[in-house]
Design a protein around this ligand. Structure first.
Ligand code: MOS
Length: 688
């Protein structure tokens, strides 16, 4: 297993195989699959945050031309399993958050569906709700799955004995994943067989969740999703929009029902990153060595379904500190259901941790890179296992050289140009490296072409291309002789494109299938022969603490009179093992860093406590970085291979690019202005 796959196609910067079709409009997205005579769905959504539906009168809606059906909790299919509060929609009269699905109109045109939805009279009885996140609220509690607390050594005694204490609270707001392609589904029931054309990060995982709820066998549900226009975690788990479309289609057997979630509805119905509060109480010696590591993290959650945003994750393993107390808590509220957003846990967790490290460096009079060098743990403080290969310091040093860190005057407000204060900042990045077992790939040979089939997903990340390169090297043929098929439950099982495990997990299946194929059929196979292989667990994950690392550097300028913040440049160096495709890998890392810019300077869901919804629920008012916000952005990586990660020598890269990026910018803002930003995003008005 430790023998690395010989790289021939691997390592080359092939352009995206799906790119030409995508830009020419030839790649069918979920909503664009040709289906005959479809009906169009427009949902009914709750306008109150808590209560009960007392009556629904659809008379006027049904009288409208073209309206075929109105589905509500009174007539919807009863689900076989209602455990999942987010997905078990239209089963009773309860309302748990504003924006919740209460029903839907089906009509011959999208316009008629939308107009009719306005005509449905929903009467509801409201109850007092609570939508405000307060980390000190008495209802804050352990997550349902347990807090996974760490309490080792004598933390309080170590704090009392510490020469330097940093005791600060950091926060991150509601953040909303906004892929270009919204969540869309076409559903059609043909007898007991359901087909969903949808946009998902995992056709098989979605099927495993939805089929039992619908009371059908997995084989009775086919999910098709060849092209996905971005996900960022929001399409990692199936959300209620998929279920709504499936339930609605059940009422009109044989007819396809099309549903595209509007951008506004996405802010309530397809997941988002909940708010976090992170109180760090750190004790150190005067030389910067951390002796006591304390973190109380709390995240907002929903009564409808719990989702803890585990900001404690990176703190578990990042730095030394013998005496540790780390806890994760949640505050359930009457709000929409949060879910995965790129690097859940790590992205917000490294905001608090890495701004705290900047404050600790300042308190110790140390360079922030040197502080991190002094707190390198020998073993993983969380599990006690040895690290596989932890090259954080190499990333920091290489980044420092490339960025020009050595010339930096450490004093805040030391650099001024015209009316601008200029500052630089650094932060570490980390993300776990793992691979999921259970994916299967099927290789079939026909006329010199190897068809490789696996239910994998390409969210626009380049996995289609990279997996083709892996397949080519696994079979030792030119990539032009590989025809990859993905995104369909009719293909062999694949695990989710999530937790940066996609390519590693699917490649393991492809490698196993290639081995089996060559063993069974040799290098001059007959037409029509095939072989199947399955990904096993990576045994090294039991033995080692396996993570990727990186270093993020940022330079900002802040206008002295107005507080306007401009990001001058940003540079990241990452240790992620072997790079399968430098072109798509670079895009992944740059995209992740760009999301970090949004986290630092732009993105914030503004929740109105009176109504319990996010007010700025569109891309005009919820800001994400655009080209004009980005001047110079560079992503580099260490030249390395990681044999412990498997025969590819590669670790996942989907999420690490965004981790630490926001903290580097916040630290640069402090260096520029002397104002410490502890609550993201930092706006210019906070600096005046
Ligand atoms: Mo990622 S948030 O695991 O899709």
């Amino acid at each position: 297993m430790s023998d690395l796959l010989r790289a021939s196609a691997i390592g080359t910067g092939r352009v995206r195989l799906d790119g030409p079709d995508k830009v020419r409009g030839l790649a069918p997205y979920a909503y664009e699959h040709p289906v005959e005579d479809p009906l169009h769905l427009f949902p009914l959504c709750s306008t109150i945050a808590l209560g009960r539906v007392t009556a629904i009168d659809a008379t006027a809606a049904l009288a409208l031309d073209g309206v075929v059906h109105v589905i509500t909790h009174e007539n919807a299919l009863r689900l076989a399993d209602t455990e999942d509060g987010e997905l078990a929609i239209l089963q009773d009269d309860r309302i748990g958050f504003r924006g919740q699905y209460l029903g839907a109109v089906l009509a011959e045109t999208p316009e008629a569906a939308r107009q009719a939805a306005d005509l449905v009279e929903v009467t509801a009885e409201g109850a007092p709700h609570d939508a405000v996140f307060r980390p000190d609220h008495p209802a804050v509690r352990e997550p349902e799955g347990g807090g996974d607390d760490i309490d080792t050594g004598d933390y309080e005694a170590a704090i009392a004995a510490a020469e330097i204490v940093v005791d600060q609270r950091y926060s991150t707001p509601l953040e909303h994943n906004n892929p270009m392609e919204p969540h869309t589904t076409i559903a059609r029931w043909d007898g007991e067989q359901l087909t969903l054309w949808t946009s998902t990060q995992g056709v098989h995982p979605a099927r495993q969740t939805l089929a039992p709820m619908l009371g059908i066998d997995p084989e009775q549900l086919r999910i098709i999703s060849p092209h996905v226009g971005g996900g960022f975690g929001s399409k990692g788990l199936p959300h209620a929009d998929m279920m709504l479309t499936a339930l609605a289609a059940h009422a009109v057997p044989g007819r396809a029902v099309k549903h595209a979630v509007t951008r506004q509805h996405m802010f309530a119905l397809t997941g988002y990153r909940p708010a976090t509060s992170q109180r760090f109480r750190i004790g150190a010696r005067a030389d910067g060595t951390i002796t006591a590591f304390g973190l109380e993290a709390v995240s907002s959650s929903s009564h409808t379904k719990e989702f803890p945003e585990e900001a404690i994750k990176p703190s578990r393993q990042m730095y030394a500190g013998e005496h540790r107390r780390i806890t994760q808590r949640v505050l359930p509220l009457d709000v929409a259901v949060p879910s995965w957003m790129r690097a859940p846990g790590e992205a917000p967790g490294m905001v608090g941790l890495e701004i705290m490290m900047d404050e600790l460096a300042e308190a110790c009079g140390l360079d922030p890179i040197e502080l991190r060098v002094r707190n390198e743990p020998e073993h993983d403080p969380d599990t006690g296992k040895p690290f596989n290969r932890r090259r954080l310091i190499d990333c920091l040093h290489e980044g420092a050289t490339r960025f020009g860190w050595a010339d930096r005057d450490p004093r805040p407000r030391a650099r001024r140009e015209g009316g601008w204060l200029i500052g630089t900042g650094v932060a570490s990045a980390t993300y776990p490296a793992s691979r999921q077992p259970g994916s299967k790939a099927r290789i079939r040979h026909e006329a010199g072409v190897y068809e490789v089939g696996i239910g994998a997903a390409d969210l626009g990340t380049g996995t289609w291309t990279a997996l083709t390169q892996v397949s080519a090297d696994a079979l030792e043929v030119d990539p032009d002789r590989i025809a990859l098929r993905i995104g369909d439950t009719a293909l062999p099982n694949a695990t989710v494109a999530g937790s940066s495990t996609g390519l590693a997990s699917w490649s393991a299946a492809v490698l196993a299938a290639a081995d089996a194929f060559r063993r069974e059929h040799g290098t001059a196979p007959a037409d029509g022969v095939e072989a199947i292989g399955e990904a096993a667990e990576n045994p090294a994950e039991k033995q080692f603490a396996m993570h990727s690392y990186g270093a993020q550097f940022a330079q900002v300028r802040v206008q002295e009179e107005t507080g306007e913040i401009r990001l001058d440049r940003m540079l990241g160096v990452f240790s992620v093992g072997r790079i399968i495709n430098p072109r798509t890998a670079r895009s992944q890392l740059l995209g992740g860093m760009t999301m970090g810019v949004g986290m630092a300077l732009h993105e914030k869901g503004e929740l109105d406590p009176r109504f319990g919804h996010v007010v700025n629920h569109d891309l005009a008012e919820y800001h994400v970085p655009v080209n004009a916000d980005i001047r110079s952005l560079e992503a580099h990586w260490l030249d390395e291979e990681d044999p412990q990660a498997g025969p590819l020598g590669a670790r996942g890269i989907g999420e690490i690019g965004t981790v630490g990026a926001a903290a580097a910018i916040a630290n640069a803002v402090h260096h520029a202005t002397g104002v410490r930003a502890r609550d993201l995003p930092v706006f210019g008005s906070d600096l005046l």
